[in-house]
Design a protein around this ligand. Structure first.
Ligand code: PLP
Length: 470
């Protein structure tokens, strides 16, 4: 391997990575990908069980997408989307509108998920100003939800350790409410009685409905581990938002473009939000692209107002190459029925992950749907013992779990936000054989984790005893 590691340490600042892990001798440098697998610079093959970062929905190594990028660069490498349009942005927006729920048929392109969330916050504000509702500027978001890291999006993010250092700079008015963890409908119970529903309405009333601009939520929330909402939850959010004139935004940066077996996660839960934010899977991350999808009448309202514009923009928003790649990606997803592949295989993935729970007492819960799962970990389900603080610190971040998943050559994501979890979200082209390979490798990770926990129980110093991992 060339001196990649040394130069990475000297010149490259990583995102959300502990310095110790970055400085370690075994830093993994991923060099190439094919289908659901990637290879590091030393030639080791890994199953990409997180699709990059919930991104490479169509899989790696697709020459049709690279050809679309090259063709667009040859023809028109760049022109902005302000004041002008260009064919690839028009085509991408039209294709998205054609598969979007209800009358969500207008697309504002940006370059990332965080920017999409920023755009939603600003659009909601502009919409209310157009209606003369000048007081509406507050946002309702949910605990442990991740909505991005630019300061506006971070204001909405409900993950304390990501927010705390920046609190003085998060001047936005946000109120965090319950997420749907553990919130299940009992027989005979009405959805509006659910605490996770009642909490939303109470928060709006407490803030003063005339001051609330929007509510944002993911159909299936990633933060705190693939939280699938109880039945009718989204219908309740729709009812509450309609009642108080609040715009409902579904953050589908992960949930869209087939992740839940549909173009948009909202479709799976039968709801038409006012806005949808997307990114990642729209190009399968072959190019950076995100966007805000908005109901047509809301856009017309803003355009017809005295402002006459949505006062927001960025140089690269709707970049011709990124949108040309989005067109190629959506064409491939459609022609190869990739969302259908998810629907055909999701039961296999879910059942086999749940079987791991039966086999391993260190698995507390398996949650998820589509190709989007989380395994929550504990010390021992039989005795009810949770991981202690020392174990949590050893496992994450950049600790024992990272090493175990790398050794098993399966890039699931160890996540320590709110609990110790493994996130599983393979490329959406994963077939039965890939799913079985994935589950076998996670099985190995859990075997070694159980060994590590036994050693930890005996009070040995796990960090220096690799043999204790067996
Ligand atoms: N919203 C959600 C639900 C996300 O999962 C993410 C990123 O993972 C974002 C927003 C921010 O996206 P980006 O990292 O592209 O800025």
């Amino acid at each position: 391997m060339p001196d990649y590691r040394e130069r990475a340490r000297r010149h490259l600042i990583p995102h959300f990575t502990q310095a110790d892990a970055w400085r370690a001798d075994d830093l993994v440098v991923i060099e190439r990908g094919e289908g659901c697998y990637v290879w590091d610079a030393e030639g080791n093959k890994y199953l990409d069980a997180l699709a990059g970062l919930f991104c490479t929905n169509i899989g790696h190594g697709r020459t049709d997408l690279t050809a679309a990028a090259a063709k667009q660069m040859d023809k028109l490498a760049f022109y902005p989307n302000w004041g002008f349009a260009h064919p690839s942005a028009i085509e991408a927006a039209s294709m998205i509108a054609a598969v979007a729920p209800g009358d969500l048929d207008r697309v504002f392109f940006v370059s990332s998920g965080s920017e999409a969330v920023e755009s939603a916050i600003k659009f909601a504000r502009c919409h209310h100003l157009a209606n003369g509702d000048e007081q509406r500027h507050k946002v309702i978001a949910r605990h442990w939800a991740y909505h991005g890291t630019t300061l506006g999006a971070l204001t909405l993010t409900g993950i304390p350790n990501l927010r705390d250092p920046y609190l003085p700079m998060l001047a936005g008015h946000v109120r965090h409410v319950s997420n749907t963890l553990g919130c299940q409908l009992e027989p005979g119970q009405a959805a509006r009685e659910l605490p996770c529903v009642a909490d939303v309405e109470e928060a709006i009333l407490a803030e003063g409905p005339e001051t609330v601009a929007m509510m944002i939520a993911e159909p299936v929330q990633n933060g705190r581990g693939a939280l699938v909402p109880p039945e009718c939850y989204w219908q309740e959010l729709r009812r509450i938002c309609d009642r108080y004139g609040v715009l409902l935004c579904a953050d589908e940066v992960i949930n869209s473009f087939g992740r839940l077996g549909h173009w948009f996660g909202s479709e799976r839960f039968g709801v038409v939000p006012d806005m949808i934010t997307f990114a990642k899977g729209v190009t399968s991350a072959y190019q950076p692209l995100g966007g805000l999808l908005v109901r047509g009448p809301l856009v017309e309202r803003v355009w017809d107002s005295p402002a006459g514009t949505f006062l927001h923009g960025s140089t690269f928003g709707g970049h011709p190459v990124a949108t040309a790649v989005a067109v190629a990606n959506m064409t491939a997803l459609r022609d190869e029925d990739v969302p259908g592949n998810v629907l055909r295989n999701e039961v296999r993935l879910g059942d086999r992950l749940r079987a791991l729970m039966q086999a391993h007492p260190c698995v507390k819960d398996v949650r998820g749907t589509g190709y989007f799962y989380a395994l929550e970990l504990m010390r021992d389900r039989r005795s009810g013992a949770e991981l202690n603080a020392h174990e949590r610190a050893e496992l994450l971040p950049g600790g024992v779990l990272d090493r175990l998943v790398r050794d098993a050559r399966v890039l699931v994501r160890p996540d320590g936000r709110g609990a110790v979890m493994l996130s599983v979200a393979p490329p959406l082209v994963a077939d039965a054989a890939v799913i079985d390979d994935l589950v076998n490798r996670v099985d190995q990770v859990l075997d070694r984790l159980s060994g590590w926990l036994r050693t930890s129980e005996r009070g040995l110093d796990n960090s220096t005893h690799r043999e204790g991992d067996q």
